[in-house]
Design a protein around this ligand. Sequence first.
Ligand code: NAG
Ligand code: NAG
Ligand code: NAG
Ligand code: NAG
Ligand code: NAG
Ligand code: NAG
Ligand code: NAG
Ligand code: NAG
Ligand code: NAG
Ligand code: NAG
Length: 832
Amino acid sequence: MSWSQAKTACIIAFLFITVSTNAASPTSLSTVALSSSSASFSTSAPAPTISSIRDVTSLVNLFVGTTNGGHTFPGATLPHGMVKAGVDTDSPGNHAGYDGDPQFNATGFSQLHDDGTGGAVPLSLFKLWAFHTCGPLDTFEECQTSIAGRKTLRKVLPNGKPDDAAEPGYFSTNLSTGIRVELTSTRRAALHRYTFPSPVVNPRMVVDITNDGQQSSTDPVMTIDPQTGRVMGGASFAASFGPGRFRAFTCVDFKGDNFQLGAPTEFGAWLGNFPVKQSTNLQQLYFGFRDELGALLTFPPHLGQGSTSILARVGVSFISAEQACSNAEEEIPDFNFNAIRTSANAQWNDLLGRIQVSTTNVDPEVVQLFYSSLYRTHISPADYTGENPKWNSTEPYFDSFYCNWDTYRTLYSIMALHDPEDFARIVRGMINIQQHEGWLPECRGATAQHFIQGGSNGDPILAEFFVKFHEHAAALNVSSSALYTALLADAETQSPNWDLQGRQANIWKTLGYIPSDVWEPSGTNTKQVSRTLEYAFDDFAVSQVAKILGNTSDGAKYAQRAGNFINVWNPRTTVPGNETIVGMMQPRFANGTFNFTDPRHCSVHDPLQSTCFLNAANKDGFYEGSPIVVSEYYVPQDTAKLIELQGGANKFIERLNFIFDQNYFDSTDEPSQQIPFMYHYANRPGLSTQRSRQVIAEFYNTSSNGLPGNDGAMGSYVAFYLAGLYPLPATRQFLLSSPYFPQISFTNPIFGKTTTIKATNFKGNPASGTGGTVFIKSVKIDGIPWKSNCFIEWDAFINGSTIELELTNDITIPCGNGIDALPPSLSTGGYD
Ligand SMILES: *[C@@H]1O[C@H](CO)[C@@H](O)[C@H](O)[C@H]1NC(C)=O
Ligand SMILES: *[C@@H]1O[C@H](CO)[C@@H](O)[C@H](O)[C@H]1NC(C)=O
Ligand SMILES: *[C@@H]1O[C@H](CO)[C@@H](O)[C@H](O)[C@H]1NC(C)=O
Ligand SMILES: *[C@@H]1O[C@H](CO)[C@@H](O)[C@H](O)[C@H]1NC(C)=O
Ligand SMILES: *[C@@H]1O[C@H](CO)[C@@H](O)[C@H](O)[C@H]1NC(C)=O
Ligand SMILES: *[C@@H]1O[C@H](CO)[C@@H](O)[C@H](O)[C@H]1NC(C)=O
Ligand SMILES: *[C@@H]1O[C@H](CO)[C@@H](O)[C@H](O)[C@H]1NC(C)=O
Ligand SMILES: *[C@@H]1O[C@H](CO)[C@@H](O)[C@H](O)[C@H]1NC(C)=O
Ligand SMILES: *[C@@H]1O[C@H](CO)[C@@H](O)[C@H](O)[C@H]1NC(C)=O
Ligand SMILES: *[C@@H]1O[C@H](CO)[C@@H](O)[C@H](O)[C@H]1NC(C)=O
């Protein structure tokens, strides 16, 4: 069953009732809404304590974040699929093609997208379009083939939403022309179905070769086969967040759905709004003056009973148009729309269903928020294996990495829990890129290097894999020595352009920080403080791997470099107007003296209203975070030291509260992501539980405006917040809070084990995130009292343990009394 926006409206209406009463939600209703697998279920039956949700994809709402700048992609794709087929619109926020606001016109149905990015619009390549009638005389020449000429509103539902529906692996919409469009996909091909309202005399199909999201194409090629209607073509396009370009190709075939389509009755190439009948390739046209071009085909309609539905099979390749054809032929041999859709849905159900929640006393919206967030964790990176134009290799090739800066904190830790095989293949692909390009990939899209946001954040991703799966690395075909070599390349070798790959390694090794007044020739002298902190964490990741490999000297060397964050700590800097807040990460010159960046810089309180994004103005040391925020979070490897620098636990708590109370916290930017959980390190886990729940209540819901900004990796950290966990990448620890569910379990196919977290006296979730019986009083693992209320170890997931949480309404309960009750930090004994 597909998830339509109409349904969203009614679930939310229902939620208003349950949320406002703030009582136990009616469990019978929630179980019905959640389609439990129990066949004997009825609204009057008592809810089961443990239910396995078989059809988890029915709980995924793909329209979350499709307005309000979320830039989410609600189209058809497989888990980590290369093809992401969806509708494109003329919205200024069409980074993923779609916009949930019906005032925006549909402009085409293209094959490749990203989810949740900023920058220039990525991909949106090879749009298809259908005409029911062209002009008063319905002639070929009258067809308005350009984007401006063909664009059309979607049908609008009585609730004011566009008539769109989607579920994992499937998307559909009704255009205001009455044409219904449905999309499904395999890894490298899409299958579209266009159903024309009757009567239709000349159903026509457009294949648009050049209009990507940016209209950046050059060097187009295209041929039309007059017998079969096959269109092959491609062009060169601009990358979205970097200086490079890439070539991409397509191959489109048509077939009647339940009728014999036959050869096209008319065909021709078009330029702008001028279709030229009988032309079969671009050499038969004058072009160069227009960058909009493609093919137009007229087919005979279905003359018997039933409507005219035309299937379009669209292969895509980054190698050649011939390979685009073979991809489509292999993956969608018989144009069976329902079989492809069912298979895509089954793959999503298998993957997402490895995490099961029990829903008793849980608002349905929370369950949907969880699975919708988990779903979006598996859109990028994308599996482009076989499509790397740069070198031949038998290793997997992944692309669409966003930037590792976006993902290293939480995305791969979710994969570690339930999707280690894909994680291993991504790691292999990253190592292979290092072997050919010299450094690990950082930002990458459409096979081109993009601009790095943080440090060499591929390092914690490789380390996250190795710390958690080193015993299975060989079985997963990950070479330990190649992995370590790749890490050392980042850590030790100066990059020819640290805007695109690697680090400013030489100066890092000599000074132990990135100075703000040294201009080296091969990258932008910017983000120096943020990069210092990132490099320190990256080196921590290297040290974690070195220790596992038994290389104790490297382990010690990189652990020491992980302490370099202290080199940019200026103990005397204060916040103007709040002078009791003392000590801040600050820009530092090569001679050791500090410069000053106002700690309010880039926050809502910045008197200069600066931004800290990648732009020419960003010269003062920080990236996507004010110094006050960056100084709080950026030492996940040694928070104990940060607390010491800030003057002790009470002072640390005061600063955390200050960040929230004064609105410095910014849920849309990565440096804020861990901050709600930081109270754990001050032995006040209840405050983290409450804060993280308040953040969810304030910023995240299942409405189309339910994300506060570009999705990026938000899905993964929202899923963690709801699971009551927060990962520390490249370590064996997860910070622990209470889940939003009485029970949540994770099945890991590599270990063949299921790990269950149970809240034994779960009483529901407070709607505002404040208060409630949600604080952890004690923890037992496999029946044995556990040393801490604040973190659990990876061992519990290897063992397939049962973790029992006893909850209380007392927010003051500490992590525990033993010295090992606090989560680890380098300066208090480290992570061994
Ligand atoms: C949608 O297209 C129509 C017709 O071209 C146009 O009038 C309208 O302004 C477009 N909507 C938006 C939001 O651009
Ligand atoms: C579109 O119209 C068809 C036929 O009327 C209907 O079955 C479908 O639910 C509508 N909505 C979408 C999003 O497909
Ligand atoms: C990969 O191998 C194919 C077949 O041998 C060859 O045509 C192609 O040029 C190779 N690609 C690269 C980038 O080396
Ligand atoms: C590892 O490589 C071997 C040999 O190429 C292959 O048979 C096996 O399927 C691979 N395993 C995984 C998990 O990729
Ligand atoms: C540790 O790794 C370094 C390379 O960083 C290497 O030179 C050294 O031999 C290794 N030591 C051990 C004990 O493996
Ligand atoms: C910080 O300064 C603001 C603005 O003057 C003030 O409202 C707030 O109370 C101060 N907070 C602290 C903790 O000093
Ligand atoms: C350190 O370097 C900065 C910037 O290059 C300069 O302004 C300052 O005078 C220097 N300080 C000392 C003590 O050399
Ligand atoms: C010190 O910081 C100020 C404010 O950001 C900046 O204008 C100035 O150029 C910096 N000084 C040096 C030597 O980089
Ligand atoms: C959903 O969250 C957004 C902020 O992210 C908020 O503006 C909106 O009001 C929320 N909607 C509902 C129904 O709670
Ligand atoms: C995991 O199992 C091992 C071996 O039985 C045991 O020593 C260890 O304590 C267990 N760890 C956890 C966290 O349950």
